[in-house]
Each structure stands twice: as structure tokens, then as C-alpha cells.
Design a protein around this ligand. Sequence first.
Ligand SMILES: *Cc1c(COP(=O)(O)O)cnc(C)c1O
Length: 222
Amino acid sequence: MPADDPAHRLAEVHAAIAKAARTAGRPRDAVTLIAVSKTHPIAAIRPLIDAGQRVFGENRVQEAQTKWPALRAAAPDISLHLIGQLQSNKADEAVALFDAIHSVDRVSLVTALAKAMDKAGRRPACFVQVNIGAEEQKGGVAIADLPALLAEARGAELPVAGLMCLPPAAVEPAPYFALLARLARDEGVAGLSMGMSSDYPTAVTLGATHVRVGTALFGTRA
Ligand SMILES: *Cc1c(COP(=O)(O)O)cnc(C)c1O
């Protein structure tokens, strides 16, 4: 099997997760690998499904709508996670398509998602995205506003599964992962969606329950 074979890459990522979990004294099955397939065509995704991967992440509703109905027809047990920013006017479509939404970051979106979930009769797991590095250009709720947003989400009966973050680029991510873990503890939230191709082993040692890995599985995006 060549080293760039998708199944081989998948095995390597699983091994790295298992190693990091062991280092931290955490059970391997406490960590879910989300294979981030954004920008990659159906033909690139199929080999990973064939290799047993079942949890995937996309960052745009419209792109996911074009790719996943066909892929799901072949593997109905797939779990699809939205990891990108979501506009309130796309809440209905997101609720219909995704099993988890990692980008809940404002009250207006909480309201739109609650309405969409009531209408659809399905309730995807929700992660509240935190702007962990207080970066102006990034999505996510400010740390100071997190308790109020969580209260809104719980009040609206969104199934709050955890917190999500994207640390600032090009700096050591560990302090940001540790901060998100502490916020989750303080707020009584179980899940931690953190860690990407460059840093997922670190995230696992600091408590990640969901790592979002694209490049390490699919190669560089165009
Ligand atoms: C693209 C993306 C990822 C995956 O990034 P890689 O570096 O390719 O692993 C993870 N999380 C979010 C929110 C993304 O947009």
C-alpha cells in the first residue's frame, strides 16, 4: 500500500490519536475523528468511507448538499458535521443535512436553529464556538459572552454537546486548547471540538473529544 493511500493516511491518524490518548491516560474511544472533506470531490471521499471512516466534516451547507446525499445513499450510518460558519437563513438546510453543528456563536443563530429543529423534528448536536484568541476576523462568541450564550442555547433546548475553537494561526496552540477545556469544565459542557491536522495530537492530550482533520487525510486543498 503506497504511503499516500487514503486508507494508509487514515490508519496513521488513528494511530496518532491512540498514542496521544494513551499519553494522557484517556480512553481511545473518548476521541472522535472528524474527516474534514471540504473542497474534496466525492471520488476522494469514497476511499475513506470504504476504509471504514464514518464521521465527516464540511464547512459549507451548499457544498455538502451537492456531495452527501449520494455518499449517504451508499453508507447510511454516516455522521455529517458542519464545522464552518452558518448564516441564520441557512438554519433549516443545516438542520436537515447535518448531525452536528460546531459553529453556534450568537443568539440570533440559536433562535434560528431552535426554530428549524422544532420544525424538522430533528435535533443535531450543537457545539458553541468560542473565539478563543479574541481575533477580530474569526467567528465564535467572546469568552466573556459564553455563559450567556450557553444559557440561551440551553433555554432554547438546543442539545449542547460541547465547545469548539480554532486557535490563532502560527502560535503554539496548547494554551488555547487548555483554556477551552477549562471553560468547558466551568460551564459543565462535556465535548471539546479542537485540533486540526497540524495539532490534533496536542489537542487530544488536552482533552479533545472531537478532532477535525482534513489535510492529513486528504492532502492539500486546491
Ligand atoms: C478546514 C478546517 C479544518 C481542517 O483543517 P486541516 O488543517 O486541513 O486539518 C478544521 N476545522 C475547521 C473549522 C476547518 O475549517
